[in-house]
Design a protein around this ligand. Structure first.
Ligand code: IPM
Ligand code: MG
Length: 352
């Protein structure tokens, strides 16, 4: 039997509700897969910050760092100034644990509505590999003459060979292991003539080791256009942190919305953190109407990362069959409550 220590970070807003459903499913299915989870709850998030002014403490880091994986609900609180929790918790954890890949599958499941006309599941099925530690997210920059009309603010994009190389190698390895045929580098080489020139050079250098994988290049603006017009052109997209942030929200929309979109912050050699990408949705909090499928999908990604592929696939298939039973993937419009969606996924796993 495989034992896994999982740190739960339910966090803010609807985070605890979706994590509850996810944990319920894992606890009731673990024996079927000969797995044992030991869950540890951690209360970091907006409420704790408002009470104690603590973001991530060294005790949190010790606890999270000794787990096999982290499952995050959502971070974001209406009473906390935007940026504090995002920087202080989410981005901080990504950096502390060197989760250098942000993996975001964009898959339209059968029966799920996409806003793209005349596109179906056979057209929308790709994965974005986003660099997750640097670029514009590195925190390099500052102010001079703060608060005056002479103020200057800079925010520099940091691009190191090491971080780009490990990200691109990951993308090619991911493609190879998942039967993907093509990788598109999404960048802006016509304007970011230093940083993205480095990306492009590394991309084609690494590609030489993977002759079986086709390479392609798209400027980020064109990639946005094609994601809407010809999503079937994409198989794996590798990109920097900022562009990856932007195109994955677009990706979430074309796969049916935030109700279903999950991502992994991955350190292949360390502790990875999995999350529904939708945020804390304060207006839906506590109503039992939020869609837990994205969080359950995050758990499926987590199991894949832990090497429990069969378990992961079965959860994904249960998500697919549950999604087909919902009126909509949007909070409050599902035709089921949060817990009923959880139960439906659970029964589908137990009965398959
Ligand atoms: C995401 C989010 C975060 C990001 C925010 C909340 C800091 O948008 O995970 O995509 O920009 O990475
Ligand atoms: Mg984002």
């Amino acid at each position: 039997m495989n034992n896994y220590n999982i740190s739960l970070l339910p966090g803010d807003g609807t985070g605890p509700e979706v994590i509850n459903e996810t944990v319920k499913i894992l606890e009731k299915t673990e024996t079927k897969y000969d797995v044992k989870f030991n869950f540890t709850n951690n209360d970091l998030g907006g409420d704790r910050f408002l009470k104690s002014n603590e973001l991530v403490t060294s005790k949190d880091l010790d606890e999270l760092g000794s787990s096999d994986a982290i499952l995050l609900g959502a971070i974001g609180h209406p009473d906390v100034k935007p940026g504090i929790l995002e920087q202080g918790i989410l981005l901080n954890l990504r950096k502390e644990f060197d989760q250098y890949i942000n993996l975001r599958p964009v898959v339209l499941y059968p029966g799920v509505e996409t806003p793209l006309a005349n596109k179906g599941p056979e057209d929308i099925n790709f994965t974005v590999v986003r660099e997750n530690t640097e670029g514009l997210y590195a925190g390099a920059g500052g102010y001079i003459h703060y608060g005056t009309e002479s103020e200057v603010a800079t925010q520099e994009s940091i691009n190191t060979w090491k971080a780009i190389n490990r990200c691109i190698v990951y993308a090619f390895e991911y493609a190879k292991q998942n039967g993907r045929k093509k990788i598109t580098l999404c960048a802006k080489t016509n304007v970011l003539t230093y940083a993205h020139d480095l990306w492009e050079r590394i991309f084609y250098d690494v590609a030489e080791n993977y002759p079986e994988i086709e390479t392609d290049y798209g400027h980020v603006d064109a990639v946005c256009m094609w994601m809407v017009k010809n999503p079937e052109w994409f198989d794996v997209i590798v990109t920097d942190n900022m562009f990856g942030d932007i195109i994955t929200d677009l990706g979430a929309m074309i796969q049916g919305g935030m109700g279903i979109a999950a991502g992994g912050n991955i350190n292949p050699e360390g502790v990875s953190m999995f999350e529904p990408i939708g945020g804390s949705a304060p207006k839906y909090t506590g109503k039992n109407i939020i869609n837990p499928l994205a969080s359950i999908a995050a758990a499926s990604m987590m199991l894949n990362q832990l090497g429990e592929e069969k378990y992961a696939d079965d959860i994904e298939n249960a998500i697919i069959s549950t999604a087909q039973k919902l009126d909509s993937l949007s909070a409050g419009k599902m035709g089921m409550s949060t817990s009923e969606v959880g139960d439906t996924v659970l029964n589908s796993i137990l009965n398959n």
